[in-house]
Design a protein around this ligand. Structure first.
Ligand code: IVH
Length: 670
């Protein structure tokens, strides 16, 4: 082996480690996947020719190794502790009071670091002279299992510390977990393979990490965030938790972005509430917030009780799953006729609210989860609002449970129910003759993103429909203040306000109007795209299927739905009557533009001066171009305004042209 080969292998290690760090930890790659693959294959080839050069910290060593018979045990040099819990604001205040008392800072304000309490498995990563040598589970806190080979497959874990001057020993501690996206695709694959799905991301992460065959583990997408240190030799301990996390970040470890310093317990509580509100959007499960006294000298002063530190506490979110009995199933009919099975439950307290109804999604889900009337079920408040039946507690199943069947007739209008193979949901075929579809269509029409009729909420729509004052959206425009006043809790003033709001909604935009019609598969962005491309209702109504599909983000199914909608005499009649009451689109009188940019794809970045980025996007789309958010080889050009981001750098590495605002205006004028 020549010195040249040795040097190149070292170069490739550094390059590949850097690119992986940018991609997986910083989320800011500077090279394309293809370039990365090329470097990777070059290294693999050199390692094959010269096996003696292969080291465990090589970037090629993330694919898994030969299966083990069992995991070896690992003694933790510094025990891995657990945390005390708080379930209320009072308990959190009490924790802070004890901290201040012990520190003799009764009147002071303690600085804490808040970190999400990730719902996964605690692990420890050991680096000797900068190289990852061993990874272990927490186990009982003193002895864990050696899962080094499985951890090595997690790309977010650096195989080597990013420093020229590594400490003799550094143990980083954190939580391995599975993101919501990885969890749902794993479970989809499990079901397709005829295997039982995992109950939650935590179990899936645990199952993946405890695979004896690390090649299998490598197939599972696991993530990790680090939140602390264990043993440290040959380096001075930082002065605070904030600095420890900063150090870990510099060494190449991923640190959770929701980590923040809070002053005093009031700051902690405010952060807890803010994180609780954002919890559904995080993309991974957390079950609370951990608060740690920031100063490490104060941490030492506080010490431990049994196996939990006195300087930290986990404030838990209210439980989001609960068990109850499924008493009956009803079918709800949606705006486009889709039938949704809804479980009527013995009311149960979940995630801070009492739940008595939960969605069962569709018949396939019911079959997959094997749910029957009379079963004991686990109810989950999934993400933001709609509670769902997560699973059945089969051990509790009685002999008299009843199978759930799809009705042949719509429970609202009695029209036949169509159960096609191509759609997951069965549908009521009654169309706008169906009272349920009528009401849902009116609610949708009046909603904020559609016609935005202030004061016309779902409940009032129900009441007006009950009184037979409205049966379609055109009827809204003939309502009088006197009629509205007969509704419960409606005074003279609010009735006349509503009439005015209905009248004001006549001046709208074409995009809103298209969306408000409630065409199946056309959401608010679909409405905007159709309006931008066709410019007028007449043009849209006579659009050819190809012209519809040619629009970025409008697929064949949505195109079909648009055509079906306007081919239906009932909907034509409705549109005519809406135009007859005076609905018009003053701003959308734009002349229809030619699709001069069809086939081109642009990425916008930075601040434009003559128009907003949204406006530029609309104008490009009107001309048939695609506008995407990330740069790839397929990008025609990146259009950069002031202070552009990393997209320009990416464009340069991919040799994609970068245009300025003047060039954009020229494109639009073509
Ligand atoms: S610190 C000395 N920080 O919670 C304190 N733990 O109940 C040791 N966990 O075993 C733990 N997120 O699995 C800490 N930001 C975080 C955490 C966290 C999740 C888990 C961890 C630990 C358990 C203790």
């Amino acid at each position: 082996m020549t010195p040249k080969v040795v040097k190149r292998v070292q170069e490739l290690h550094t390059l590949l480690h850097d690119h992986a760090h940018r991609y997986y930890v910083l989320d800011d790659p500077t090279v394309s996947d293809a370039e990365y693959d090329m470097l990777f294959r070059e290294l693999q080839a050199l390692e094959e020719q010269h096996p003696e050069i292969l080291t465990p910290d090589s970037p090629t060593q993330r694919v898994g190794a030969a299966p083990l018979d069992a995991f070896k045990q690992v003694q933790h040099a510094v025990p891995m502790l657990s945390l005390g819990n708080a379930f209320s604001r009072d308990e959190l205040n009490e924790f802070d009071r004890r901290v201040r008392e012990r520190l003799e800072r009764e009147d002071g304000v303690v600085s804490y670091v808040a970190e999400p309490k990730l719902d996964g498995l605690a692990i420890s990563l050991r680096y000797e002279n900068g190289v990852f040598v061993q990874g272990a589970t927490r186990g009982d806190g003193r002895t864990g299992e050696n899962v080094t080979e499985n951890l090595r497959t997690i790309e977010m874990i650096p195989l080597r510390l990013r420093t020229d001057n590594p400490p003799a020993v550094l143990e980083a501690r954190g939580e391995v977990f599975m993101s919501a996206a990885a969890f749902s695709s794993l479970n989809k694959a499990m079901v397709e393979a005829g295997k039982p799905p995992f109950v939650n991301p935590r179990n899936a992460a645990a199952g993946s990490l405890r695979q004896l065959d690390s090649r299998k583990s490598a197939q599972r997408k696991l993530s990790i965030y680090l939140y602390g240190m264990g043993e440290l030799v040959g380096m001075e301990l930082p002065a605070s938790q904030t600095e420890s996390l900063e150090l870990l970040r510099e060494l190449g470890f991923p640190i959770n972005a929701e980590t923040t310093r809070c002053e005093g317990i009031d700051g902690c509580f405010a952060h807890y509430e803010s994180l609780q509100a954002r919890r559904p959007d995080l993309g991974y499960e957390i079950d609370g917030v951990v608060f740690k006294v920031d100063s490490l000298s104060e941490q030492r002063e506080l010490g431990f009780v049994s196996r939990a530190p006195r300087w930290a506490i986990a404030q838990k979110f209210p439980a989001e799953e609960a068990t109850t009995t499924l008493e009956a199933v009803e079918f709800q009919v949606g705006r486009t006729g889709a039938l949704t099975p809804v479980a009527r439950l013995d009311p149960v307290f979940v995630g801070g609210v009492t739940v008595s109804n939960a969605t069962l999604h569709n018949m396939d889900e019911i079959a997959r989860k094997d749910i029957r009337i009379g079963d004991t079920v686990v109810v989950r408040r999934a993400g933001d609002v709609i509670p769902e039946v997560a699973r059945v507690v089969l051990e509790n199943r009685k002999t008299d449970t009843v199978e759930i069947t799809l009705p042949d007739e719509c429970p609202v209008c009695g029209s036949p129910v169509l159960n096609s193979d191509t759609e997951v949901r069965a549908r009521c075929t009654g169309g706008l003759q169906c009272g349920a579809q009528q009401r849902e269509a009116i609610k949708h029409f009046a909603s904020r993103t559609a016609m935005d009729i202030d004061g016309l909420g779902d409940k009032l729509v129900e009441q007006l429909a009950d009184e037979k004052l409205i049966s379609n959206v055109a009827d809204l425009y003939t309502l009088t203040a006197e009629q509205i006043q007969t509704m419960p809790r409606m005074g003279e003033k609010s009735a006349s306000n509503l009439v005015n709001a209905i009248d004001a909604s006549k001046q709208t935009t074409l995009a809103r109007f298209i969306f408000a019609l409630g065409i199946k598969d056309i959401g608010s962005s679909g409405g905007a795209l159709l309006a931008a491309r066709f410019g007028s209702l007449e043009a849209l109504m006579s659009a050819e299927e190809e012209a519809l599909i040619a629009i970025d983000d409008i697929g064949p199914i949505a195109a079909r739905s648009v055509q079906d909608y306007f081919a239906n005499p009932q909907s034509r009649e409705l549109v005519d009557s809406l135009l007859a009451v005076g609905i018009n689109f003053p701003e959308s009188e734009v002349a229809q533009v030619e699709p001069t940019l069809e086939g081109n794809t642009y990425v916008l970045t930075g601040t434009l001066s003559v128009m907003s980025r949204d406006e530029a996007k609309t104008q490009l789309q009107q001309r048939g171009a695609k506008v995407t958010s990330s740069v790839s080889k397929k990008t025609t050009a990146v259009i950069a305004g002031d202070a552009p981001g990393s997209k320009v750098t990416k464009a340069e590495t991919l040799e994609v042209p970068v245009l300025d605002e003047a060039a954009l205006l020229e494109l639009l004028a073509r």
